[in-house]
Design a protein around this ligand. Structure first.
Ligand SMILES: NC(=O)c1ccc[n+]([C@@H]2O[C@H](COP(=O)([O-])OP(=O)(O)OC[C@H]3O[C@@H](n4cnc5c(N)ncnc54)[C@H](O)[C@@H]3O)[C@@H](O)[C@H]2O)c1
Length: 315
């Protein structure tokens, strides 16, 4: 199948590209390399260096004629979205619309849209949180991800475009950028390996830090393969969301201590106040993905952290 992956030079998107190539698909990548890296794109895929909001996207759709579009490109930082909601919306709403307009125009069969289960539900009481809960997003990033899901439903109704929404938990693993504000595992790995003191951001009433639902990037790539297989049997215009996570809540301090044990490095973390728009708790119900994709995470936190540490040791 011809698959176009936006954001395929990035952390998660590049692992998805690897798996698509291994499955025998023909892969084109659209990425402006704002945070992604050319080196992440394997030889078997064609990279088009372009902003997803650029009108030139039409030419790529006309020439490649994708049968499925996997949309990973995004402004990914919650705190950056709180500082600059306009930029967040330009990429996550206007960019997405440019992709969807092209999908409708050339008759793409299915779209896999990457949303955020770690952000859109807000600080909700129901945990683990199932897909049926009404999201209460509290950051511009979470709002634009949810808006994206609503647009997919519109394109389903208006153009018969079938779609799958993958609502990721906190994804970690090799190739994650340790220089950003998001990606605590990558940041901790690099800080620990440099024998520097990592920071645990925490609210005053949560001394062990916030809780997050971590999932290893290899498992997430498998979820994309499962969603791609299922796409063939999705009815025209259907749009269905799936939580993609481990289904466990892990506090930042536990994450840090597990990583420190795995690295066998004796460093103590320091504490700092939580930053803008950060949720206190997040844990996702993954039963729907297990039953319907079908998919479930198989990598334990310890094993995933060891693989990530090994990557940063070589990098
Ligand atoms: N990392 C996580 O824990 C997590 C959790 C939930 C959802 N997500 C979503 O997964 C997707 C991938 O995130 P990631 O963690 O791999 O981040 P990433 O920054 O590594 O990947 C995003 C990619 O999109 C590209 N990009 C950004 N703006 C673009 C634009 N305007 N035009 C073209 N390309 C553009 C970047 O260069 C990068 O390669 C995003 O949609 C993100 O919101 C990530």
């Amino acid at each position: 199948m011809r698959v176009l992956v936006t954001g395929g030079a990035g952390f998660i998107g590049s692992h998805v590209v690897d798996r698509y190539l291994a499955e025998g698909h023909q892969v084109a990548v659209v990425d402006d390399l704002s945070s992604g890296r050319r080196a992440n794109v394997p030889d078997g895929a064609t990279l088009h260096e372009l902003d997803i909001a650029d009108p030139g996207l039409a030419t790529i759709f006309d020439q490649f004629r994708p049968e499925l579009v996997n949309h990973h490109a995004a402004q990914i930082s919650v705190t950056a979205s709180a500082r600059d909601p306009l930029r967040d919306a330009r990429v996550n709403v206007v960019g997405l619309l440019n992709v969807l307009e092209n999908c409708a125009r050339v008759g793409v069969g299915h779209v896999i849209f990457i949303s955020s289960g770690g952000a859109i539900y807000g600080d909700i009481e129901t945990r683990p949180t199932p897909e049926t809960v009404v999201p209460e997003p509290v950051s511009p990033y979470a709002i634009t991800k949810l808006v994206g899901e609503h647009y997919l439903r519109f394109y389903g109704l208006q153009h018969g475009l079938g779609s799958t929404v993958l609502r990721y938990g906190n994804v970690y693993g090799p190739r994650q950028d340790p220089h950003g504000e998001a990606g605590v595992v990558a940041i901790f790995c690099q800080t620990l390996l440099r024998r520097e003191v990592p920071t645990i951001y925490a609210y005053p009433d949560q001394p062990a830090g916030m809780s997050r639902d971590y999932v290893f990037v290899g498992d997430v790539a498998e979820a994309n393969v499962a969603a791609t297989r299922r796409a063939a049997s999705v009815a025209s215009g259907e749009c269905r969301p799936f939580n993609i996570a481990g289904g466990n809540a892990v506090r930042t301090r536990t994450l840090f201590e597990t990583l420190r044990d795995a690295a066998k490095i004796d460093v103590e973390a320091k504490q700092a106040p939580a930053r803008d728009a950060e949720l206190k708790e997040s844990c996702l119900d993954v039963a729907r993905a297990a039953a319907e994709l079908p998919w479930q995470a198989t990598t334990s936190l310890r094993s995933g952290l060891e693989q990530t540490l090994a990557y940063f040791q070589q990098a």
